[in-house]
Ligand binder design. Sequence first.
Ligand code: HEC
Ligand code: HEC
Length: 333
Amino acid sequence: MTSVNKVTRVLAGLWIAGISATVVAAQTQQPGEVTLPEAQAGQYQHQAPRLQDIETDPDLHPELRRVILKGRDLFMNTQQLRGEYVFNDMTCKSCHMGEGRMAWSGPVWPAATTLPDYRGKNGHVNSLEERIAGCFSYSMNGKAPEYGSDTMLALVAYHQYMAKGAKVYESNIAGRGFASLGKTIPEGTNDARGKQVYEANCAVCHGSDGAGKTADGQVVFPPLWGDGSYNWGAGMTRVFTAAAFIKNNMPLGQPGRLTDQEAWDVAYYINGHERPQDPRYTGDAKATREQFLNFHKATRYGTEVDGVVLGQHDNTGEKPFLKPANLKPRTFE
Ligand code: HEC
Ligand code: HEC
C-alpha cells in the first residue's frame, strides 16, 4: 500500500472507466493529495495477477485460460447478462474497481481464499458461488446464474485465478473490502451537507438525479439511486460501506480527496434515496428492517426521510420478481 498503489489507483480510475482525461480535468484544477490507508504491520498482502498474466501463464491449459478470460469478461462487462441475471445498470467492476484487484476497492480474491466461510448476513456457511450470488441478488438487483452453470463456473475461475499464490484461510488481509472509517455514523452527519458535497463533486458524472449516464446504450457512469441502482439489500446501502468506498475511490481518479466527514455526508445522502426493494421484503419496510436489523441498522431503510418511510413500496425496478429462488437458507441439520 505504498506509492505504487496510489499511482496505480489514479491511473486505474481513469483507464478502467474508459473516460477521457478531460472529463476529470474539468472536475479538478489540482490532482489533489491521494491518501489511501497503509497496510498495518502483520497484515497479509497479495498482488493479484493482471490480464497479461492470464494471457501468458504457461501453466494454464488453453481451455482453462479461455474460461478464466470469459469470467473476466463477465466481471468487466456484466451488462451482457442484462435481463437474464442483471436488472440494473451495474457491472461487477462498478464497485470492485481495477478488475476486482485493487486494494480498498473490494478486491475479490480474498473471497476465493477464505470461503467456504460463515456469513452473518445470511447466517450460514457460504461457498464462493453463493458469495457471488449475493452480489447478483442485491448489488445487481437480479438473480445469480445457476450454480455449476458455465457462466457461474467462468466467474468462479476468474475469482480463483486472482488468488493465485495467495495464502488460503488467512483472514488478516491488507486492502480487503473498502477500508473502514468506523461503523458508527458520526453525529451531525446530514443530508444538507451531503447534497452539497454531491453537487460539487459527484453530480457531473452520476447526474443530479443520481441516475448516472449512458452513451450509445452503454453505461458510462453507474447510477447511485433509483431503479438502475443497487437494491435495498446491497452492502453499499450500509452507510459505513458506502462512506469507505467513496473515501478511497471517488471522485473517480481522485481517491482520498474528500474528508472523512464529507464521505460520510455524501454516503448518507445517496443512501437516503429510493432504490429497488430489498429481496427480503416482508411487505412492511419497518418490519423488514427489524427482522434484518443486524444488517439494516447501518442503512436508512425503513426509517423516515421527509415524513416518508424509505423502502415502503413494491417497486423491484426492472426485475420481474422480488426474491431470486437461489437466495435460500442452507442448514446442515
Ligand atoms: C453496488 C456495488 C457492487 C457491485 C455492482 C458488485 N458488488 Fe460485490 N461487493 C460489494 C460490497 C459492498 C461487498 C462487501 C460485502 C458487504 O458489504 O456486504 C462485496 C463483496 C463481494 C465479494 C466478497 C469479497 C471479499 O472480500 O470476500 C465478492 C467475491 C463479490 N463482491 C463479487 C461480485 C461480483 C462477481 C459482482 C458482479 C456480478 C459484484 N460483486 C458486484 C458491492 C458490489
Ligand atoms: C469523473 C466521473 C466520476 C465522478 C466525479 C464520481 N464518480 Fe463515482 N463512479 C464513476 C465511475 C465510472 C464508476 C464505476 C467505476 C468503474 O466502472 O470503473 C463510479 C462508481 C461509483 C460508485 C459505485 C457504483 C454505483 O454506481 O453505486 C459509487 C457509490 C460512487 N461512484 C459514488 C461517487 C461519489 C459519492 C462521488 C462524489 C464524491 C463520485 N462517485 C464521483 C465516475 C465518477
